[in-house]
Design a protein. Structure first.
Length: 703
């Protein structure tokens, strides 16, 4: 089939080779990659009217003005964490645009109200950020090669993050009301479609899978791609093509959306909530079926791939099983790799012969356009749902400046999509890319099916073996060692007698034990931590789920443990605790009006503790109490020395942290009584423990 030539203003290029040996060439490549990504993102948002920026496309997401500002804020926050820039450029925006909405279910409606800035203000902010990033690129040291520890890695992280949001924002624009979007010459759809070819099953031989990615890989990668994974697969069959709109129509016309036997329990619940009767981007009109694209509605292109969520894809496979008498299902991640390996083509050949990187059009194209061996669209056109919930490979590690990119998705509820779509670029088009979404989520995603006697078996997630998270779970919910009482319980018991007991804030809550202890006495508890790695466990516990974790005994030997709120008689308080991800030094304005604030062992781990302490009174009601606890372990790896509250000489005399706290807090607080000391023990191994003393101060806000 001959491909039409479109006049296009947008096409994305491949991610730069980070292992090249010429440092100045690498600098220019990264600079060009950043500018191309930034310009393409700007161009995408030109498809929106003003109303389109501020009206939610779907209830589960912020309006698109958030995503317009979010990718710029990400650059600033990561460059700041990496100490590549000295300060924020717009603290309000860098709080407002920092954390998006990743709903726990399709019916988690977000009723928060935000005061969004104007489009012009966000445009001006983005230009400021652009100049900051260019300045860093132009002047940063450039030793080669680039790896996780390289100062350029956070820049690449920001660029690849914006390319992810280029794709997810294009989906939101597609879900926006048509009157709020406008056509754009750089974002025109593919102009041709024909009757769909018949799909058939082709054999895939038994295949050995060995995935092994190290930091010596020449291209940027996200944390979940690194490590090693091996599997031995039996032979199976897979559909020659992606499932087309035409093939899926048979399922729709056979009343597949009304027959519960084809749907999982979760799929049935989603059907009931959504009232879906056909794919979400299909429109039934008097002229026949039409398809909503990003900025257009077109007559149904029957030979394009259908775009559905996981529930719909799985239901189709169940229907196909009944119809064909064969065991039809979605492929596993390993089976997708087997398909990829058996094309007989190199990764470069597959990528060149695929609808990727906006090089064809701003839409899908026919499913028989790009052959990869005997199969079509092994990569490209639309993402492909798999049966595999994402999990970490052996050797998985989190990156220190983005520790929650993957770990919140290791929950059995985020399924991998493979292959990329027409807009995918950069890291997304690597065969090693591993992106996962909730099962009800819509992406530019469709599917192909396999026929196999063996079931696809999910691999258990092991994120709870993260050493630091496991140590905190043991610290907060595990055994008491050497007769030292549970730290969270001790703190709450010290404070509770003097408190008005309505609304409390646990700042730096980690995995949430103190939050739940406070909920024994308070009507409402807000729990905030910088890391989703920690709070996801608090969310699980609040939902009365059991959290499993593994702690080291010695060497490679581990002990498996678990915790549940019922063990601590806390199972009736979980619904009073609300967890949020946030930066204690740059909290959103909504976190205010508290009677009690706890900041346990937090201030000496903050990058700007003075910013918190000088404004914390604004979060507390008059007469409310602030409890600070800390062993005052000031370290420059956490806090620049100029930001230390105490622990240094001033005017040739000792200046303690209590001196500093008094100076910072006394304008708005009175110290209730002399400091106290509470000991705590953190287990590292079966025979190694940290035994520390935390100084406790209680401060009442003055009128």
């Amino acid at each position: 089939m001959q491909q039409p030539v479109l006049e296009r203003a947008t096409q994305l290029h491949f991610s730069p080779n980070l292992q090249q040996i010429d440092p100045e060439q690498l600098r220019q490549d990264i600079r060009s990659y950043f500018l191309e990504t930034f310009a393409c993102y700007e161009s995408l948002f030109e498809c929106l009217t003003e109303q389109g920026f501020y009206t939610k496309a779907i209830a589960l997401r912020h309006p698109l003005i958030f995503y317009y500002g979010h990718t710029a804020t990400f650059f600033i926050n990561k460059l700041l964490l990496a100490k590549l820039i000295p300060a924020r450029i717009h603290p309000h925006f860098e709080s407002l645009f920092a954390v998006g909405v990743d709903e726990m279910s399709w019916d988690d409606l977000d009723d928060s109200h935000y005061s969004w800035p104007s489009i012009a203000q966000v445009q001006a902010y983005r230009q400021q950020v652009k100049q900051v990033v260019l300045d860093v690129i132009d002047h940063i040291a450039m030793p080669v090669p680039v790896n996780w520890q390289h100062p350029c890695w956070p820049i690449m992280m920001g660029i690849e993050h914006e390319r992810i949001h280029l794709e997810t924002s294009s989906v939101l624009i597609r879900q926006q009301k048509l009157e709020y979007v406008r056509q754009h010459p750089a974002w025109r759809p593919y102009p041709q479609h024909h009757p769909a070819p018949n799909n058939d099953l082709l054999p895939v031989p038994a295949t050995e899978i060995c995935l092994y990615k190290t930091q010596a890989n020449p291209y940027y990668g996200w944390d979940n791609e690194y490590g090693i994974h091996k599997a031995q697969l039996d032979a199976f069959s897979a559909s020659r093509y992606l499932v087309s709109n035409q093939e899926f129509l048979d399922f729709v016309e056979d009343q597949g959306y009304t027959q519960s036997q084809f749907w999982t329990d979760e799929g049935c619940a989603w059907l009931k909530f959504s009232q879906a009767q056909h794919p979400t981007f299909w429109q039934a009109t008097e002229q026949g079926w039409q398809l909503r694209l990003m900025t257009d509605v077109v007559p149904m292109p029957w030979d394009w791939p259908v775009e559905v969520n996981y529930h719909e894809a799985k239901a189709f496979c169940q229907w196909k099983t009944q119809l064909s008498g064969k065991k039809i299902r979605l492929p596993s991640e390993d089976e997708w790799y087997a398909l990829y390996q058996n094309t007989g083509l190199s990764p470069e050949q597959i990528q060149q012969q695929a609808n990727l990187q906006l090089k064809v059009a701003a839409s899908s194209c026919p499913i028989n356009q790009f052959a990869h061996g005997d199969f079509y669209d092994v990569q490209g056109n639309v993402w492909q749902w798999t049966e595999t919930p994402i999990y970490p490979f052996d050797g998985f590690m989190v990156h220190p400046i983005y520790d929650d990119f993957s770990t919140p998705t290791f929950d059995g509820q985020h399924h991998l999509i493979k292959g990329g779509s027409w807009i995918s670029s950069g890291n997304e088009i690597l065969h090693s890319a591993r992106y996962a979404f909730r099962r009800h989520f819509f992406q530019h995603a469709g599917f192909r099916y396999v026929a196999a006697e063996q079931d696809s078996k999910p691999i258990a997630s092991r994120y709870e073996t993260d050493k630091l998270v496991a140590e905190y779970l043991e610290f907060q919910y595990g055994a008491c060692y050497f007769g030292v009482a549970n730290f969270a319980q001790s703190l709450v018991q010290l404070a509770i007698a003097q408190l008005p007991q309505h609304k409390a804030l646990d700042l730096g809550c980690a995995t949430g034990r103190a939050s739940f202890e406070l909920a024994r006495y308070f009507d409402q508890v807000t729990a905030i931590d910088f890391s989703a790695r920690f709070i996801q466990h608090g969310v699980q516990l609040a939902a009365l789920q059991t959290v499993h974790y593994s702690i080291c005994t010695e060497g490679d030997l581990i002990e498996h443990k678990s915790c549940h709120l019922s063990q601590f008689n806390l199972d009736d308080v979980g619904d009073k605790v609300e967890f949020f991800q946030g930066d204690a030094c740059n909290l959103k304005a909504q976190f205010t009006g508290y009677d009690f604030i706890l900041a346990a062992n937090l201030i000496d781990r903050l990058h700007h503790p003075k910013a918190l302490l000088s404004t914390i009174h604004e979060r507390l009601n008059v007469g409310g109490v602030l409890m600070l606890t800390s062993p005052y372990t000031w370290l420059t790896e956490h806090t620049e020395r100029s930001e230390w509250v105490g622990g240094f000489k001033q005017n040739a005399e000792n200046f303690t942290t209590l001196d500093g706290l008094t100076a910072l807090l006394s304008p708005h607080f009175e110290l209730l009584h002399a400091p106290q000391h509470v000991e705590f023990v953190i287990r590292e191994t079966q025979r190694k423990f940290q035994h520390s003393l935390s100084e406790i101060t209680l401060w009442r806000r003055k009128a």
